[in-house]
Design a protein around this ligand. Sequence first.
Ligand code: LFR
Length: 460
Amino acid sequence: MNNTYLAVDFGGGSGRVMAASIHRGILKLEEIYRFPNRQVRMGNHIYWDFLALFEEMKTGIRQAVRRGYSVRSIGIDTWGVDFGLIDKEGNLLGNPVCYRDSRTDGLPEEFFDGPALSAHYAETGIQVMAINTLFQLYSMQKKGDAQLEVADRLLFMPDLFSYYLTGVPNNEYCIASTSELLDARTRTWNRTLIESLGLRQSLFGEIVMPGTVRGKLKKEICEELGVSEEVEVIAVGSHDTSSAVFAVPEAGKNRAFLSSGTWSLLGVELDEPILSEEARKAGFTNEGGVGGKIRFLQNITGLWMLQRLIAQWKEEGKETDYEYLMTTAEKSEITSVIDVDDKAFQSPMDMEAAIAGYCRKHGYQVPASQGECVRCVLQSLAQRYKQGIEQLNRLLPAPVEQLHIVGGGCRNHLLNRLTSEVVGIPVYAGPVEATAIGNILVQALAAGEIKDRNEIKEII
Ligand code: LFR
């Protein structure tokens, strides 16, 4: 199979390598390889296992080759904000730390006083969140982390994978925008902000736009993977959400997207950022999108809570069959609605206890069964989406008329139903593989195989 695009998509819970080709408006997509992405608690930190992930990516590419795919290009996307630092020789200085690590707790409050916050938002357009790169770097700087002293370049996760495939260090625009270190209007590094952090400007390199070439595969990588030396790594919307949003059909106006996975990203695509105080106060962020668009969205704690519950129940030897959990949740009559974005749910050791504790504290009915617990989480998410849409409607010139749910989470029929019951506008679900599709569309555009994303009529 000639002219295959490979999408390597790393999510917070798992990663996958997908192979795709396009023929007369039909996009054929095959999942080649899927692997877990585990967070490692070690010493005082939570890390990503970068080395294992890099090996898994190579395994996936090799398997695609073994299945007879002739690779044309590769696009890589990952979750946002996290990064690795490399030295002059290209050595990775330490495993990337996970954004759920507590090293940034309380730092936004320490870094900004009130008025500075508004000015900062007016420049970066990014919702201040402790997980963001800005605060991760601030925490390292405060502790005098030796890595910063010897670092030559900062590479976000997709940049890092791309670097070790090509040997070319660059920062892709969409992922860089999640750092809270870019200027939303000029779409380049906010050099003043970098200076105020006391960081060397040279850490932050060339910003490449989606659709451009990041680099060719290194010779030794080609040999290892069995691919031609002509294979290029293309800069896609390398923040997973930017790829997912790019896969949402464009037709029709006033359409909001909900990219549903570990996180729920709810918002709209705009041509220019909204940098007002109202937008900031409502918790909106202006992230960089493919094609120079802005993803104006809220970061909502998504299916993370459910993922943690299931992982925990598995360890405890309880029932974890998805259908069973959803059926019992459907029958459950608990009415408790929790604030899914509460800090208590960010990375508790025991998610079930965190939910019970929250309900007790607020005088809500405490879930007494697995079904009630799941129901409580899902209806809370649905309510949160409703609130997000109301907030969007207050900020946009015209109200949202449809909600388009994409990503793995759109397979959760109960959540879709609960959402459509409360939001009061038509809800459409799919595609599930939006991130991989968005990733591939950008590669196909770069190759000149399609002229715009609406050319794809069917996905198999
Ligand atoms: C989703 C996502 C979100 C981002 C979060 C943390 O996978 O990329 O967009 O806010 O992960 O990086």
